[in-house]
Write a protein that binds this ligand. Structure first.
Ligand SMILES: Nc1ncnc2c1ncn2[C@@H]1O[C@H](COP(=O)(O)OP(=O)(O)OP(=O)(O)O)[C@@H](O)[C@H]1O
Length: 266
C-alpha cells in the first residue's frame, strides 16, 4: 500500500486552475521531490493533499480516503511543514517542538507521555537543537527557526511528512544535514514529499521527483529521467551542468536560457 495516492487533484476553477488534474503516488520509505518554478502550483498541491484548501480529486493517505478522516485522525497520519514562518511566539524551542505531540494527546491525559517526551527529544536531537532548547522562538534566526519548525513536524511521527521548501533559509551545512535527515527518516520507513528549488539537492537526494509547470505535472520519475536538458530549458529556462560525483548524479543550473518566441508553446 502506498503512503500517498493523489488522483486528479485540481485547485481553483475554470481558467484559473492553480493545480490542474495532478496525480502522483508516493511509496512507503520514499523521498519524493516536488519541483517547478515559482508559481507552478507546488504549495497549492501540498495544501490540497493536507486538506487545507478546497480542491477536486481524491487524496488517499496510507490507503485511507483522507477527506473522510476526522481532523484529529488526519493530524496523526500527516505532518505538514508549510512555508509560512510567522510562528514567532515568545515560547521556548522545546515547548514549541512539543506542540508536534498535541495530535497524540488525549483529553484525559495530565501531561506528556513517555512516548511524547521521547519523540520530542529525538526530533530536537535530529535537528541539533539541544543548545537552543531553552531559547525563545521569537529570538532565533530564520534558519534556526526553520530547524525548530521542522523538528516540530518530525515530533508528530506521522507516516507521511509534507515539507514545503524546508531548506530555503538554511546554510549549506544545515541544508545537507536536513536532506540527510530526510533520507534517514525515509530509510526508517517514513515517507516524505518535499518541495525543493535546489535542483542539485533534488537530483542527489530524491528517489523520484514530479516536475510541475503552470499547475500541470510535466514529468515524473527519477531525477535523471526528469531533469533533462530539454525539461530544464522548457520549464525553468535554464541550462545546467550534469555530472557524477561519488557515484551520484547531480544537476547544477548554470545559466539562463530564455525561450525564443518560436520555442514558446502555442
Ligand atoms: N489563495 C490564492 N488565491 C488565488 N491564487 C493563488 C492563491 N495562492 C496562490 N495563488 C496563485 O496560484 C499559483 C500557484 O501558487 P503556488 O503558491 O501554489 O505556487 P508554488 O509553485 O508553490 O510557487 P513558489 O515556488 O513561488 O512558492 C500562483 O500563480 C499564485 O499566484
Amino acid at each position: 500500500m502506498n503512503a500517498l495516492d493523489v488522483t486528479g487533484v485540481s485547485v481553483g476553477r475554470g481558467g484559473c486552475r492553480r493545480v490542474d488534474a495532478v496525480s502522483l503516488s508516493v511509496a512507503r520509505g520514499e523521498l519524493f521531490g516536488l519541483i517547478g518554478p515559482n508559481g507552478a502550483g507546488k504549495t497549492s498541491l501540498l495544501r490540497a493533499v493536507a486538506q487545507l484548501t478546497p480542491h477536486e480529486g481524491e487524496v488517499r493517505v496510507g490507503g485511507a480516503w483522507f477527506a473522510a478522516l476526522s481532523p484529529a485522525q488526519r493530524a496523526t497520519r500527516l505532518a505538514y511543514l508549510g512555508q509560512d514562518d510567522r510562528a514567532a511566539w515568545p515560547m521556548s524551542v522545546a515547548d514549541f517542538v512539543a506542540l508536534g505531540r498535541l495530535p497524540h494527546r488525549r483529553a484525559w491525559a495530565r501531561g506528556p507521555s513517555a512516548a511524547d517526551t521521547a519523540a520530542v527529544q529525538a526530533a530536537m536531537a535530529a535537528m541539533r537543537l539541544g543548545a537552543l532548547a531553552g531559547r525563545r522562538l521569537d529570538q532565533l534566526s530564520g534558519g534556526e527557526r526553520t530547524r525548530a519548525r521542522l523538528a516540530r513536524a518530525l515530533a508528530v511521527q506521522a507516516p507521511l511528512l509534507l515539507a514545503d521548501e524546508p531548506i530555503a533559509a538554511l546554510d549549506p551545512f544545515h541544508q545537507l544535514s536536513v536532506m540527510n535527515l530526510l533520507r534517514e527518516h525515509c530509510a526508517r520507513g517514513g515517507s516524505i514529499v518535499v518541495v525543493l528549488h535546489d535542483l542539485t539537492l533534488a537530483s542527489r537526494f530524491c528517489d523520484r521527483v514530479l516536475l510541475m509547470h503552470q499547475g500541470c505535472a510535466v514529468a515524473a520519475g527519477t531525477p535523471r529521467q526528469v531533469l533533462t536538458p530539454g525539461n530544464l530549458q522548457r520549464v525553468y529556462q535554464v541550462q545546467a551542468m550534469h555530472g557524477e560525483h561519488d557515484d551520484q548524479s547531480y544537476v547544477l543550473p548554470w545559466q539562463c536560457r530564455p525561450l525564443t518566441p518560436s520555442e514558446i508553446p502555442a
